[in-house]
Design a binder for this molecule. Structure first.
Ligand SMILES: C[S@@+](CC[C@H](N)C(=O)[O-])C[C@H]1O[C@@H](n2cnc3c(N)ncnc32)[C@H](O)[C@@H]1O
Length: 253
């Protein structure tokens, strides 16, 4: 296995109870939404409370879900503040139903506790600014705070990554039925976990979070309840570590 990656097989609630207080820097996870017939797709109650104990005061939590999961299970997030959300736009839809819009996106929500000022916030940029497109007022320090400055960036310079992120889904090459692409996990880890820090994924599946964490020089703790996915995880993590980062690839274009 890759150095810095710890895999805890079994139920994540039991596994997380073995972790010390304030021992992880960030959580990036894709829990069961409870919306399909997959045997493991049952919403797990109480995992955010356990995270509250394990997470450092500077830490935050990125959770994949749908508006439906977040509103149906809002009590799970009681005591947490929603900082922001991102949309993952896929190239195709998940064909779970035929009586609604063809769903081509998923969301991830970012939660923290306490004082936002003390939460670690890695700045995530894409290297695709054009001078004309970024001439604007100084980015506000806080949401809603309006200032009068302006700045001009260079062509090809950095700009804050957009909150709607396009990435092809893993359809056709996935080793896990709900495998996330590394490209959608990468900005979330860069945003929430400092270099050298520890990312926890209580619902690791094929281990995408672990592979991206290792590639970015972070450590990872991965919990997974289905033992069939443990061998998948080894292959997937090795594969991600040997790939080039999509963000860096975009920067180099
Ligand atoms: C949505 S999938 C995660 C997929 C992952 N993001 C990837 O890229 O492969 C959720 C995973 O959580 C696991 N799971 C469900 N309930 C669990 C529990 N109580 N403890 C640990 N793992 C659990 C499932 O087996 C499944 O692999």
């Amino acid at each position: 296995m890759i150095p810095g990656i710890t895999i805890l097989p079994g139920d994540c609630l039991a596994s997380m109870r073995t972790l010390p207080n304030c021992s992880v820097d960030a959580v990036v996870t894709d829990p069961p939404y409870g919306q399909t017939s997959l045997p493991w797709d049952r919403f797990v109650y109480g995992w955010m409370a356990e995270i509250g104990r394990i997470l450092k005061p500077t830490g935050s939590v990125w959770v994949f879900g749908t508006l439906r999961t977040f509103t149906q299970h809002w009590r799970e997030f009681d005591g947490w503040t929603l900082a922001q959300d991102i949309v993952w736009e896929k190239h195709n839809g998940s064909s779970f139903h035929a009586d609604r819009f063809r769903r081509v996106h998923e969301q991830a929500a970012h939660f923290y506790r306490g004082d936002w000022a003390s939460v670690y916030k890695g700045k995530v940029v894409t290297m695709d600014a054009t001078a004309k497109s970024v001439r604007r007022k100084t980015p506000p320090v806080h949401m809603g705070w309006i200032d009068h400055g302006s700045y001009v960036s260079e062509d090809g310079g950095p700009r804050l990554m957009r909150s709607v992120i396009y990435s092809r889904s893993e359809h056709g090459r996935a080793q896990h039925p709900t495998q996330k692409p590394a490209a959608i996990i990468e900005p979330l880890i860069l945003n929430a976990c400092p270099p050298g820090g520890v990312v926890l994924d209580p619902f690791a599946g094929s281990g995408t979070t672990g592979g991206v964490a290792a590639r970015l020089g972070r450590k990872a703790i991965l919990c997974e309840g289905n033992t069939d996915y443990l061998s998948v995880m080894e292959r997937r993590i090795g594969g991600i570590v040997s790939e080039t980062s999509d963000l860096f690839a975009r920067a180099a274009e």
